[in-house]
Design a protein around this ligand. Structure first.
Ligand SMILES: [Zn+2]
Ligand SMILES: [Zn+2]
Length: 456
């Protein structure tokens, strides 16, 4: 039988006393020893030699049948299960006559849904790449905001030219699901002096028609590249590294043209499940960070759109919205909010897309998640991006931070230009001191929680 980590400390583990069981975990390295007969097994990869969780339920004492190499990452062992009284400072569980079930080097802990093992005694880098893969495999990895394939390009949308690869790099990098956003105000903004600005008002029906074209093309891309479309919580749970999936999203609700009734139409017709209220045009729903405020934040129509999204099961994204917009959105929403792509400002600045800690904390208060984005101008290296995520975690908590790549949507180069970079980001997060479980939360787990709450 299999013993799961979340069974330790419960009768599920106790009733197996004396039986042959299988356990999965990480060998704790013993300083100066390459192989050992007696050692500890932990749920989390250790951060340095001899490191083990304080909580006895986070470790299993192993007595191996023969010396086992100690630097092999995740392992699965089979042996005789012994449950002992909880003596102070000793592991409560022991696996005797233990033998590896898989060959050394196997990193096969997949989809661990177990409880955290408790704080480690120390935190230090570096961590083996095996740890990065295990952290990714333990969660459903999600990019909160992306235009991968080139769906932000109006020319590509209108010309019908082929999209760039999305599904292949997702498979390669282990990215399970991506919020792919059409850009619904594209016809009315352009680059002016290095900044994206609106330059004209849309014609009646223009942005609605462009939205229909863009959603249709996004569905074409999903079909031709074999991307599954997530429409409910179960769909997102099923999204795995081997089956890349997309959540249909819109950046800017401009295609609604101020009509909240059209939210339901997009939900049904295009499987829209993630809606960002505003973008680069001050639309009918509220003010934006990059233009002077007009509405004093979220409008009444914007509040009605949020209520409809809450009812239908559409994630509301307040990226690009002003602090005042977010304040009212937090008061209106009954579901967690997302702010999909930004980072923490070192100081408040007019017309900046970055946010101050209070702005982020408002979103976190709803149980929401904030995606940290990767422009090279802000985070020149993967380690800098991980450090930026760590700063956001310090501001809002580890349960409220994610990745929002804005792939092929950034004005300048990106530190995270494609999904094959995901393992490198996981490694950088582990290197920044995050546990495997917290790394998994940032790389997708937190968004999955928000998405599930929005679908309920
Ligand atoms: Zn954006
Ligand atoms: Zn974008």
């Amino acid at each position: 039988m299999l013993i799961r980590w979340d069974e330790l400390g419960s009768s599920g583990a106790d009733v197996a006393d004396g039986r042959i069981v299988t356990v999965s975990g990480y060998l704790v390295a013993v300083p100066g020893q390459k192989r050992a007969v007696r050692f500890l097994l932990t749920q989390e990869p250790g951060c340095c030699p001899g490191c083990a969780p304080r909580d006895p339920r986070g470790t299993i004492e192993i007595e191996a049948h023969a010396p086992v190499p100690l630097c092999v990452g995740a392992v699965r062992l089979s042996g005789v299960w012994h449950v002992r009284g909880a003596a102070e400072g000793h592991a409560r569980y022991r696996l005797a006559d233990a033998r590896p079930v898989d060959p050394p080097g196997w990193a096969g802990i997949t989809r661990r849904r177990a409880l955290t093992a408790g704080p480690l005694m120390c935190l230090a880098a570096p961590v083996a790449p095996d740890g990065a893969r295990a952290a990714m495999e333990a969660t459903t990895t999600v990019d909160l905001h992306s235009h991968a394939g080139g769906i932000a390009s109006m020319v590509r949308m209108r010309s019908g030219s082929a999209f760039g690869p999305v599904s292949v790099p997702m498979r390669k990098g282990g990215m399970a699901a991506v919020c792919l956003a059409v850009v619904s105000d594209s016809p009315t903004h352009r680059l002016i002096d290095g900044k994206i600005r609106p330059y004209r008002d849309p014609d009646p029906n223009e942005l609605y028609a462009y939205g229909q074209l863009a959603f249709g093309r996004l569905h074409d891309m999903a079909r031709t590249q074999g991307l599954a479309i997530v429409t409910d919580a179960e769909g997102l749970r099923a999204a795995a590294a081997g089956k890349p999936s997309v959540i249909i999203a819109a950046e800017g609700a401009d295609f609604l043209e101020g009509q909240p009734d059209r939210v339901e139409e997009a939900y049904k017709r295009w499987s829209l499940r993630h809606l960002q209220l505003t973008h680069y045009r001050v639309n009918e729903f509220g003010d934006i960070q990059t233009e002077p405020p007009v509405h004093g934040g979220l409008t009444d129509t914007g509040a009605e759109v949020i209520r409809r999204c809450n009812r239908l099961g559409i994630v509301v994204d307040v990226a690009h919205g002003t602090f005042d917009l977010v304040k009212r959105a937090v008061a209106v929403t009954t579901k967690p909010l997302v702010l999909s792509h930004t980072s923490l400002a070192t100081r408040p600045s007019r017309f900046s897309r970055l946010i101050v800690p209070e702005h982020g904390r408002l979103v976190a208060q709803t149980g929401g998640v904030i995606g940290v984005w990767p422009p090279v101008s802000v985070f020149p290296t993967m380690d800098a991006l991980a450090a930026g995520m760590a700063r956001m975690v310090d501001a809002v908590g580890v349960d409220h931070v994610g990745l929002g790549s804005d792939m092929l949507g950034l004005v300048g180069p990106s530190t995270f230009p494609d999904y094959d970079r995901l393992p490198a980001l996981a490694e950088a997060l582990l290197g920044a001191g995050f546990s495997a479980i917290d790394t998994g939360k940032i790389l997708g787990g937190n968004y999955v929680r928000v998405f599930e709450a929005c679908m309920a």
